[in-house]
Design a protein around this ligand. Sequence first.
Ligand code: AMP
Length: 503
Amino acid sequence: MSGSLFALLRSRIPSQGKALIETPSGERITYGDMLARTGRLANALVRLGVTPGDRVAVQVEKSPENLMLFLAVMRAGAVYLPLNTAYTTHEVEYFVSDAEPKLVVCDPGRRDGLAPIAELRGAALHTLDADGRGSLAELAAAAPEAFEDVGRAEDDLACILYTSGTTGRSKGAMLTHRNLGSNADTLVGYWRFSDADVLLHALPIYHTHGLFTAAMTVMLAGGSMLWLQKFDADQVIALLPRVTTLMGVPTHYVRLVQHPGLTREATAHMRLFTSGSAPLLAETHEQFRAKTGHAILERYGMTETGMNTSNPFDGERIAGTVGFPLPGITVRVANPGSGEVLPAGEVGVLEVKGPNVFAGYWRMPEKTKDEFRPDGFFITGDVGMIDARGYVHIVGRAKDLIISGGFNVYPKEVESEIDLLPGVVESAVIGCPHPDFGEGVTAVVVKEPGASLTERDVIAALEDRLAKFKLPKRVLFVDELPRNTMGKLQKNVLRDQNKALYG
Ligand code: AMP
């Protein structure tokens, strides 16, 4: 039997007439329609010369047809390579030269810019727009529905996802059919997804969260999705009565708690709210619970591994933690340098092993070797600890660690203290080049409107709470912190803006 992701999905189809996707504008795609549409697209791919193992690079707006294209690539046994729609032509050029796709699919507006790049690399170029129209859709419309799925082994490559890479070139994480299938299936069980579920899907699908954690999990449960092009708090509130579950990033929840429509009544029928991709502030978790009675379930994952840990479905969901390792996945904390495994309560780098862990970085064997321990654990680069009850806590990224005057400063510790101060909305602590200390601890703070807090006040308030070497040398106030579409704080942007702060 084929070990392919699509074979697994096919085995879970509840009935041909069941809705897979519905859109607010009334479009309805059943599981039967999905088979027909992906069959036509898979035939079109084959006609374009795509053979098993070939890469198909896709930079298009989110649409149901975009999801169909992903599934068609799986049926054809090829490798799906989604690209963030925010990437410039120059950036796409790097991905195309690195991954050497057989086919590039782009928005019609980008065609002219990408044509010379595709031509240079010998890739075919086709278009698909936000409404699912374009030259690829035309080819598919003319192709037959019937398609015999290409068999794949579980360890064959299914997708390459480039990491967001805030330093250096971004790397292509190679994900196998087993990685994707096992992880989504684990989530079906852990989060109790069934064919009765309707997920409000408001995440982009070029990223692991929207494509695998959300869409794949729903599909393996035989459930349905209410499909939004992007997150809009008014629209989400209005559509809540039609769904049972929502997966969001922390910024989505920040916007929802500010919305007057978020009430106990509006969410009474909801089964589950999950959050991930960036840390959810404990304050947001509490506000959400106070307004709705729901405890947001926070979980932790990454492009290279899919989901690693999750707060429990039934047990206590603890704000500020990412819960327990998922079934079949081992998470440990190690000394970043020596690799020595550390006991409960000690802070170190989080390492992961399991069927979810990727097969390495595309054409980077050395880089891949550096990021695995000899016993097969992947070194995530996230700094964290596991408490006595087994809950995993994330303290920050290893590369965000500040070394000031030879002392290690974990930004999260300083941020947590600053966030407690009256008048503070949130903060980010970074290291900026400093002539005496190597790096100077620097706090960037967002104040509540009208708060009279000054730099002096913040430092004075921290003086008896933190060791002197951890105290910010400067406190800067900003209107908001820079975040990307997944809600991830971009500390590299802050470091860049303030690199000359200490002369
Ligand atoms: P990506 O590969 O874009 O999904 O980014 C993965 C990174 O996002 C992880 O390595 C973490 O640093 C961060 N991340 C994901 N989920 C959480 C979470 N619940 N809390 C804190 N950080 C998270």
